[in-house]
Design a protein around this ligand. Structure first.
Ligand code: PMV
Length: 345
């Protein structure tokens, strides 16, 4: 491969929120169960990748900036990512490269940014190496999804708009452990969904997701959990195409609590929920009971709550959040389902 030097490429990749959770991995970021997520739009990472005209003489030469500043922790993670995938990233064997990365959301929210970060990095690198006409778009996105997965498993789903499924499932055509696929059949009810990210606590997590995934290896409930996730993915795909909010709510909330139950019941158990997490969850379910508005909560591997609701009810739900919940939260990010990554230049 010969990449033309002096090229600058800018990609924006959104984060995603899993409805059916990926928790447990094997080998090189192979998931123990399939998962399904909604791609967001406001919470994204933007990566500017510049190929300099300086030829490398002695391996990887990366200058990395995060929001205009050096960041040793991120730099090391990205260098390791590139080194581990050098065969797929021949660009770095030839040229010194600059990467400048920004998040649209504040750092101190406790929101995991690895999905959007590795999505944007994989897209930018692959695009920089993309010789015109060699990759059809479909192949390009599939490869980007696969390469994003090596950085952070859930990143492979951020490459696609709307709803994305990742992980082989016998009943889902085209599904793979290696990359995600976009759900084509989406009912009108699920086309305009919103996600209010309710920041209960913005401290760094005590246990990172890699350590969490590892604890599924000898987990007493692992086998049943993986079976359950397989069933849930199949059901959610049907629900998204049939428009059934009630069923969606049941699975989304069960998945959120199951994820945390897995952490709490592993041999080296731990707890990521805070009192504020339970408080917010109870307020959300109470609001649903009172109003019959189809809202539900979900959780990432952290204490913050994602409140998912159809856009048609945005007025009522956002009024409830601003009036009733805001005073007990550190921050709120109003996000929504998105159209996937975007190339900016
Ligand atoms: O992509 P990772 O390795 O950071 O794992 C993410 C795991 C969850 O966010 C908890 C669930 C998911 O499917 O996104």
């Amino acid at each position: 491969m010969t990449a033309p030097a002096h090229k600058k490429i800018i990609w924006r990749c959104p984060s995603n929120i899993a409805i059916v959770k990926y928790w447990g991995k094997k080998g090189n970021q192979i998931p123990c169960n399939p998962s399904l997520s909604m791609t967001l739009s406001e919470a994204y990472t933007q990566v500017e990748l510049e190929i300099t005209d300086r030829k490398t003489t002695n391996g990887l030469e990366l200058t990395y900036l995060f929001e205009g500043k050096e960041n040793k922790h991120f730099q090391t993670r990205i260098e390791n990512y590139i080194q581990n995938n050098m065969d797929d990233f021949p660009l770095f064997k030839e040229y010194a490269v600059r990467i400048h990365s920004y998040n649209s959301f504040p750092h101190s929210t406790g929101i995991a940014s690895s999905a959007s970060a590795f999505g944007a990095i994989a897209l930018a690198i692959l695009d920089a190496q993309r010789d015109n006409g060699i990759y059809e778009d479909e192949v390009f996105y599939k490869r980007a999804s696969e390469l994003a997965r090596f950085g952070s498993g859930s990143a492979c789903r951020s490459i696609y708009a709307g709803y994305a499924e990742w992980g082989y499932h016998a009943a889902i055509a085209g599904s793979s452990d290696n990359y995600a696929i976009e759900m084509e059949d989406v009912h009108d009810n699920f086309k305009q969904m919103r996600d209010a990210i309710l920041i209960v606590d913005n401290n760094p997590k005590k246990v990172g997701s890699s350590a969490g995934h590892a604890l599924m290896q000898d987990h007493p409930y692992a086998e049943n959990r993986f079976l359950q996730a397989n069933k849930h993915v199949e059901r959610v795909i049907n629900i998204i195409s049939s428009g059934d909010y009630e069923e969606f709510i049941k699975i989304a909330e069960s998945e959120a609590l199951t994820l945390h139950a897995m952490m709490m019941t592993s041999e080296n158990y731990y707890l990521l929920m805070k009192p504020g997490t339970i408080y917010v969850i109870e307020r959300i379910t109470g609001f649903r009971e009172q109003t019959n508005i189809p809202v539900c909560f979900t959780l990432d591997a952290g204490p913050n709550v994602h409140l998912i609701y159809p856009q048609a009810f945005a007025g009522e739900v956002e009024g409830f959040v601003n009036i009733e919940l805001k005073k007990d939260l550190k921050e709120i990010i109003f996000d929504k389902i998105g159209n996937g990554p975007e190339k900016l230049n």
